[in-house]
Design a protein around this ligand. Structure first.
Ligand code: HEM
Ligand code: HEM
Ligand SMILES: [Fe+2]
Length: 448
């Protein structure tokens, strides 16, 4: 770490990890309600817990990207962040908005659209925080060395901010409402967030493999091109049954196939760079996460996404547990693991500790990843059964839910194991720094 303002990332990462814990705890509560349907039904109903679960997820992922930007931009641009004060103000507003959202959900105040439930004034605060961020990092990048990594990262961040503006547009026509809703929900995760993912991975690869920047950047262009080309029209896979014209059946099905490509390219890219370098970076845990991320994203987003993307399949599977299975593994693989990889790389430098307990961190990788895989499988089985009973046999929704009890218990079990993995990660990342793993294993020089 060379620049003092890189330290700005630290409070962002702490805030992100705290909300990660909130998110997972809310998930376990929501999963308990699935297993024991009347659990908490009077005091804290399911829909409120679900809002906290999904909103905390999105907010902590964003906090992770902000922190990562403050960490990597000084090194890429070869200058300090334009204004540390603005960065602190942004953090304060963002966290305040997030906590206010939780309080307002708990008091039953929310808007109806899934993921965008935040009351209007909180949405405005989020936009203000986003603008402060964009101003701060854009100024830094404009005045410094320009690299492909920062250009793509900024493109992703600007794109995410602009698309969020569609959250303010809520037409009363339900078909139009859904159309614009997906501009945020789909184009974020299958468009601009993929740019953020690719640029953060590129930075990690440049630092850890030592492969020439030019080589890594060439791949970055390919991934970004594939992501935008496939992801924008891929939105069609959400336009099958909402009242949009029939041509979306074809566009959605075709472009969903292409959507697998950027994720597959990222797998090839990361493994190829790591094998090509042959260099043994001392932060093995960060390397593990950086390789695990594209693999799990490929399965969760690519394979589990494609699974239900063809319109004749989606006709049956739409809105079942299959969707939830895909949502979990995709978010976990692509964006949760991305952030956990970046934290694992940056935190030892930010905290000025020598290789912290990497063994524990790597255990948390395997525990969380295995638990998430198991959860995805149980939800997939539940979803296939649900699809069959509901859409083929024609049984009633609630009757089917009772048949699925066993799967929901197994999902809860997987969730509890995931929670343990998350706690181990937190301990390894933020707990007392443990002694050096091997004498040669020193990380980058710490900040003076
Ligand atoms: C980092 C880990 C996790 C991620 C990325 C994640 C992500 C998500 C997402 C994206 C949704 C919305 C799904 C949809 O709309 O189809 C969701 C809902 C849900 N999650 Fe998680 N989650 C995680 C951990 C957990 C854990 C540990 C549990 C515990 C069992 C859990 C239980 C649930 C439940 C019960 C729902 C509601 C599903 C529904 O409405 O049918 N999640 N989660
Ligand atoms: C990292 C990238 C991705 C993430 C985080 C993600 C996440 C999600 C989530 C949370 C939902 C549920 C939305 C809701 O509440 O209704 C969803 C739905 C869906 N996703 Fe993805 N997804 C990703 C990539 C993909 C890809 C690449 C494909 C196709 C190849 C895909 C196909 C679908 C389809 C077809 C649905 C609608 C399911 C239904 O009809 O119920 N997704 N995705
Ligand atoms: Fe999508």
């Amino acid at each position: 770490m060379k620049y003092a303002t890189q330290k700005l990332a630290y409070p962002y990462f702490i805030a992100a990890l705290s909300l990660f814990l909130v998110q997972v705890l809310a998930g376990v509560l929501a999963g308990s309600i699935y297993a024991i349907p009347n659990f908490l039904s009077e005091s804290l109903p399911f829909h409120i817990i679900r809002m906290i679960h999904t909103n905390a997820l999105l907010v902590w992922l964003l906090l992770g990207y902000f922190g990562a930007a403050y960490f990597l931009i000084p090194e890429e641009s070869e200058r300090d962040i334009h204004s540390p004060r603005v960065a602190w103000l942004q953090l304060f507003i963002f966290v305040f908005a997030a906590l206010s959202a939780v309080v307002s959900y708990l008091s039953g105040i929310h808007e109806g659209r899934e993921f965008l439930e935040q009351p209007l004034w909180i949405k405005v605060l989020l936009v203000i925080a986003f603008l402060l961020f964009l101003y701060n990092v854009s100024m830094t990048v404009l005045k410094g060395r320009k690299t492909v990594v920062t250009t793509i990262l900024l493109l992703g961040m600007w794109g995410a901010a602009l698309l969020f503006l569609f959250a303010f547009y809520n037409p009363s026509n339900l078909a139009l409402d859904k159309m614009y809703w997906w501009y945020v929900v789909h184009v974020w995760v299958e468009g601009v967030w993929e740019l953020i993912m690719a640029s953060m991975l590129a930075f990690l690869l440049i630092k850890m493999t030592g492969v020439d920047r030019e080589v890594i950047e060439k791949w970055l262009y390919v991934v970004v091109g594939l992501a935008l080309f496939s992801g924008l029209l891929g939105t069609g896979h959400h336009y099958y049954w909402i009242g949009t014209p029939g041509y979306w059946q074809w566009i959605g099905s075709l472009f969903s196939v292409l959507e697998v490509m950027p994720f597959f390219a990222m797998v090839l890219w990361c493994f190829h760079m790591v094998y090509r370098s042959g260099r043994n970076h001392p932060n093995k845990a960060a390397m593990l996460w950086s390789l695990g991320c594209p693999v799990m994203a490929f399965f969760g987003a690519g394979i589990w996404g494609l699974l239900h993307s063809f319109s004749p399949v989606n006709f049956y599977s739409h809105g079942t547990q299959i969707t939830a299975a895909h949502g979990h593994m995709a978010f976990y693989g692509a964006y949760v693991m991305l952030n956990l990889a970046f934290f694992t790389y940056a935190l030892p430098q930010l905290r000025n500790v020598q290789p912290y307990n990497q063994i524990l961190n790597m255990w948390s990788f395997w525990v969380m990843t295995a638990a998430m895989a198991f959860m995805t499988f149980t939800l997939t089985f539940a979803g296939v059964l649900q699809t069959h009973l509901q859409r083929v046999v024609g049984m009633g929704f609630m009757e089917i839910q009772q048949q699925l009890g066993l799967f929901y218990w197994m999902r809860l079990l997987a969730g509890a194991v995931f929670l343990v993995g998350a706690l181990v990660y937190l301990y390894a990342a933020l707990g007392p720094a443990s002694k050096q793993v091997s004498p040669s294993a020193t990380l980058q020089p710490a900040i003076k």
